[in-house]
Design a protein around this ligand. Structure first.
Ligand SMILES: NC(=O)c1ccc[n+]([C@@H]2O[C@H](COP(=O)([O-])OP(=O)(O)OC[C@H]3O[C@@H](n4cnc5c(N)ncnc54)[C@H](OP(=O)(O)O)[C@@H]3O)[C@@H](O)[C@H]2O)c1
Length: 295
């Protein structure tokens, strides 16, 4: 038996993989790894020229031609809806959805839909896109949803009446950890909804990674961050491997509703495990993004 034959089917099959936030950092590196593995990779970026450059870079570094792109600004619900439509118009299957686009915001600000920016991009963006593509994932089963959360979720709080800190108390980390807690909660709610349908949903912490996301931190913290980056943070490629692991590794086949750190299952935070709160977040999120059909 040859090497290729000995590989499990999951490893050999070419998957169609949609990855958001693929123009930089962890997402870009994961795209290179997944393209190299022989999958069809669709990069989502918000800027046309940068997205085109990223496609070229992924093709060149992976030495594979099967790399395409779509555009979306995740701070706009209309743009997310347009992305889902564009995806459906072009592709008839989706084997892996990787929700990765993420932001931090030093100052509180609102999107044009009226949501606090971190909440909008990091949580509502994942929630709406995933729901709009859910039937395609089910149709493509076995399929996987990968949610890039963070170990910051352990410190997150949820306020369903005031998710965007309108009544005060905004801080860059408060907003970020709240959005990342919502990522883990959404993943667990998804896993419950998708039980028996052949689609798994898992979230992960990619490690502390040297990426552009840190440029959003306050100016005073930049000198400290540059030391931390040099001494303690892992490379974007190492971070990217944690995404590709959940996306295609055969060891993860069938596992769902879990949180991973360093490619190992890890207990998520107590709030993240609160199913009743998770369900309330799901219902509220469906209202916020005007998705009456979200189950
Ligand atoms: N780096 C870490 O240590 C770390 C730790 C835990 C979790 N994470 C998570 O990892 C994910 C990726 O972050 P990263 O570290 O790779 O940071 P990054 O290099 O800044 O990449 C973020 C990606 O998200 C995209 N993005 C941001 N806002 C967007 C918007 N409104 N619409 C569309 N795309 C948008 C960016 O697009 P542009 O290229 O156009 O800016 C970029 O492609 C995030 O979800 C983050 O929370 C990172």
């Amino acid at each position: 038996m040859g090497v290729a034959r000995a590989l499990p089917l999951q490893r050999r099959a070419m998957k169609t993989i949609l990855i958001t936030g693929a123009t930089s950092g962890i997402g870009l590196e994961a795209a290179v790894i997944l393209a190299r593995e022989g999958h069809r990779v669709v990069l989502v970026g918000r800027d046309e020229a940068k997205t085109r450059r990223s496609v070229d870079e992924v093709k060149q570094r992976s030495e594979k031609p099967n790399v395409e792109s779509l555009r979306c600004d995740f701070s706009s619900l209309a743009s997310i809806r347009a992305l889902a439509e564009a995806y459906r118009a072009k592709y008839d299957r989706l084997d892996v959805l990787i929700n990765n686009a993420g932001t931090v915001n030093n100052e509180r600000g609102l999107t044009k839909d009226g949501f606090e920016r971190t909440w909008a991009v990091n949580h509502l963006g994942y929630f709406l896109l995933t729901n709009l593509l859910l039937d395609l994932l089910v149709k493509s089963a076995p399929a996987r949803i990968v949610v890039v959360a963070s170990r910051g979720h352990y410190r997150g709080t949820i306020d369903l009446e005031d998710p965007g800190f309108e009544k005060g108390g905004y801080s860059i980390m408060g907003a970020y950890t709240r959005s990342k807690l919502a990522n883990v909660m959404m993943t667990r709610s998804l896993a419950r909804r998708l039980a028996g349908k052949g689609v798994t949903a898992n979230s992960l912490h990619p490690g502390a990674v040297r990426t552009n996301i840190w440029t959003g931190a306050p100016g005073w913290s930049q000198p400290i961050l540059s030391v931390l980056k040099r001494l303690f943070m892992i490379s974007p490629e190492e971070g990217g491997r944690t995404l590709s692991y959940l996306a295609t590794a055969p060891e993860v086949e069938g596992k769902t509703g879990l949180y991973f750190n360093d490619n190992k299952e890890k207990e998520c935070g107590a709030l993240a495990k609160d199913e009743a709160l998770g369900e309330r977040l799901w219902v509220k999120s469906a209202e916020w993004v005007k998705l009456p059909t979200a189950g």
